[in-house]
Design a protein around this ligand. Structure first.
Ligand SMILES: [Fe+2]
Ligand SMILES: [Fe+2]
Length: 284
């Protein structure tokens, strides 16, 4: 089973590039499941219902969020209507929405996805380690899920690595998000879980973390908050990572990065099909 995860969609640039590309990837790349983190999809801050619908219609199977989950206040209400739109599972009890979902993919396989937030340099969330433990105890790999992907939305690479080792052998893939910077440490851990510290972002990399660069630079220089941050609107890079999951064990065989367009080097995972068709369609 081949799964694709795309890092935080930032603003119109990242969002539209992903919406334009997902139908092609779904059709040509031999992907069984697509997960996107869309916590910055609405102008850089949160997600609204129209964007949620567009991403699902384009081919996303599950959407994850993070610390920006509820920046758009309408999300507090509409999130209840979309079981495949996840906010971090370790928000306090009573928070609207859900943090994990079990979906049946078009190939008939059961995919459990959870969104969990770290605590180091982040909000005071409930314990992410025990939250993950509880979720996979309720829906273990192999007996109840054919693959398990956890989007660990966190700042510190130490916490991300510790979290991944804690879950090694129990889930298919731990993917870090939140920093908006892709890391090159993608690998299979010793007990078979695929891991990357951060999937990066889908957005304009000629920016500061996807935000128009003027205001962040001024804030560092002056220590004064001037204008609001606005999402950068230049050409987006679509950035993420794909894993090949073993159908028998539910663990991962391969993990490779994907990046298309924009500022980063072109990368197409070797086990996905469709690269030549994709390049031809871009050139035309
Ligand atoms: Fe983000
Ligand atoms: Fe975040």
């Amino acid at each position: 089973m081949n799964l694709l995860f795309l890092g935080d969609l930032v603003g119109r640039s990242g969002r539209q590039a992903v919406i334009d590309c997902l139908p092609f990837l779904k059709k040509h790349a031999r992907l069984d499941g697509i997960i996107v983190n869309a916590e910055n999809a609405a102008g850089g801050f949160g997600i609204n219902e129209a964007i949620t619908q567009e991403l699902f219609e384009a081919g996303a199977d599950v959407i994850t969020l993070g610390n920006h989950a509820f920046d758009q206040k309408e999300a507090l209400v509409f999130i209840e209507r979309y079981p495949e739109l996840l906010r971090p599972a370790n928000y306090p009890p009573g928070t609207p929405g859900r943090g994990n979902t079990l979906v049946t993919l078009h190939n008939g396989k059961r995919l459990l996805v959870a969104n969990i937030m770290g605590r180091v340099f982040m909000n005071a969330m409930d314990d992410p380690f025990r939250t993950a433990e509880r979720i996979i105890e309720e829906c273990p790999l192999r007996s109840q899920a054919d693959a398990i992907v956890i989007d660990f939305h966190a700042e510190a690479t130490s916490e991300k690595q510790a979290f991944a080792h804690f879950l090694d052998g129990k889930v298919s893939f731990v993917v870090g998000t939140h920093t908006h910077v892709p890391t090159s440490d993608y690998r299979i851990l010793s007990k078979g879980t695929a891991y990357i510290s951060d999937a990066g972002m889908c957005g304009d990399y000629d920016s500061v973390l996807g935000m128009d660069k003027e205001e962040p630079v001024q804030r560092f220089l002056s220590q004064i908050h001037g204008a609001r941050f606005g999402a950068a609107l230049g050409e987006a890079t679509i950035c993420g990572v794909a894993v090949q999951v073993d159908d028998k064990t539910g663990l991962s065989k391969t993990i490779e990065p994907l990046s298309l367009f924009g500022a980063l080097q072109h990368k197409w995972p070797s086990f996905l099909t469709g690269e030549q068709e994709f390049l031809a369609s871009v050139l035309n």
